[in-house]
Design a protein around this ligand. Structure first.
Ligand SMILES: C[S@@+](CC[C@H](N)C(=O)[O-])C[C@H]1O[C@@H](n2cnc3c(N)ncnc32)[C@H](O)[C@@H]1O
Length: 368
């Protein structure tokens, strides 16, 4: 039995069944045994692959988006460029390489990486070492020096712990993780748990028995804090994730190991755990904190106006046959309708004085 499983059982014996958020938090971020704390789960040899690892075009276009956004801000002479949850640092490497086209932006930025995993932070330092740029690392958004900023986060929000509320004939209760006499972890519904009314959107309150509603306290707190800082200092943020809008009903918590789905309660700390992001919830909280929120739109609708197909054609001209296949399979995975193109969504937050961010062709989600 793994040390983390042993620790979880002791915790359940002492405190009672765990909130799903506490289970997720232990499985992903336990300082000794958490999934992200112990190694590098990304890439073909890991458990899953992300957009920056699929193609350099992703990081290049996000870099371009940041430079355009800086321009929309009036090209301030100093600005923090922040990446939160940078994985291997690949997005930032590709972004900076592409930004040689925008030397004034490169001169204006101080780069800050926010990473909680010591092993991934090491990996990022190794990958970014070769670039001639100064970078500071932090453990949380609150540690980044104050001032105007542009923040990007790819597949961060889906890794933050969620709570799950389940409706039964007796009303809403909280889903928890218990442990049976045989020492196996299992799901249970705590019908006596007080479910804060404000957590369940009014439109979903009357959902039928069996419905599950998910709420990410850490995600909402983070987005609220970022939006508040945008309203105060100026700037923008871009969140890209597996998720949905509007808010809805459903159990989206999933585990992935070796590129395959896995049982969520099996092997805690050894499989990735994620939950779809409720982008409506995030956008509403960002607006309440004083920022404008655009989207979430699909990754496909975001990357196409930024010129991903044009960039693929450019790369094709200088590619070998093998590389050419890679460019086009990468393009298809990033914007394909039955691939990440529609499964992934993009939410942008901006200061209220800024125009619509690049890539967002419509503003019907602006909430005005
Ligand atoms: C799914 S990976 C995505 C990595 C990268 N953005 C990419 O697209 O390849 C999630 C990343 O977020 C980091 N992470 C998880 N929780 C975090 C938190 N609370 N603050 C900062 N980083 C976090 C993980 O260590 C990892 O680097």
């Amino acid at each position: 039995m793994s040390e983390l499983l042993e620790h979880l059982k002791k915790r359940i014996a002492a405190e009672g069944p765990l909130l799903v958020a506490d289970y997720m938090s232990e499985a992903l971020a336990n300082p000794k045994h958490g999934y992200y704390m112990t190694g590098d789960p990304l890439g073909k040899s890991g458990d899953f692959i992300t957009a920056p690892e699929i193609s350099q075009m992703f990081g290049e276009l996000i870099g371009l988006w940041c430079a355009i956004t800086w321009n929309q801000m009036g090209s301030p002479s100093k600005i923090n460029l922040i990446e939160m949850g940078p994985g291997r640092g690949t997005l930032m490497v590709d972004a900076i390489r592409a930004l040689v086209m925008a030397p004034q932006f490169l001169d204006a930025i101080d780069i800050h990486m926010i990473e909680t995993s010591p092993s991934l932070q090491k990996r990022q330092r190794r990958n970014l070492d070769a670039l001639d740029v100064d970078i500071q690392w932090h453990k949380s958004f609150a540690d980044v020096p104050e001032g105007p900023f542009i923040l990007v986060a790819n597949e961060l929000l889906d890794a933050l712990p969620i709570r799950q509320f389940e409706k039964s004939v007796a009303g809403w209760g909280e889903r928890k993780v218990g442990c049976n006499e045989a020492g196996e972890l299992h799901w249970m519904l705590d019908q006596s748990a007080a479910v804060p009314e404000a957590f369940i959107p009014a439109a979903l309150a009357d959902s039928p028995p069996g419905s599950i509603f998910e709420f990410s306290p850490a995600g909402v707190a983070l987005v609220t804090s970022i939006a508040g800082e945008i309203a105060k200092y100026g700037g923008a943020a871009l969140f890209i994730d597996y998720g949905h809008t509007p808010s809805g009903i459903g159990d989206t918590l999933q585990a992935v190991k070796d590129h395959k789905f896995h049982d969520v309660l099996c092997d805690p700390g050894e499989a990735d755990l994620t939950a779809h992001v409720d982008f409506e919830q995030m956008a509403e909280n960002a607006r309440a904190a004083g920022a404008l929120a655009y989207g979430a739109i699909t990754q496909r609708d975001f990357l196409r106006p930024l010129g991903i197909e044009h960039r693929a054609k450019q790369l094709k001209k200088i590619a070998s046959t093998g590389q050419m296949n890679e460019v086009f399979s990468g393009l298809n995975r990033l914007i394909g309708e039955d691939e990440m193109g529609t499964l992934f969504k993009v939410l942008a937050l901006t200061h209220p004085d800024m125009p619509m961010p690049e890539g967002f062709g419509y503003d019907n989600d602006k909430g005005e």
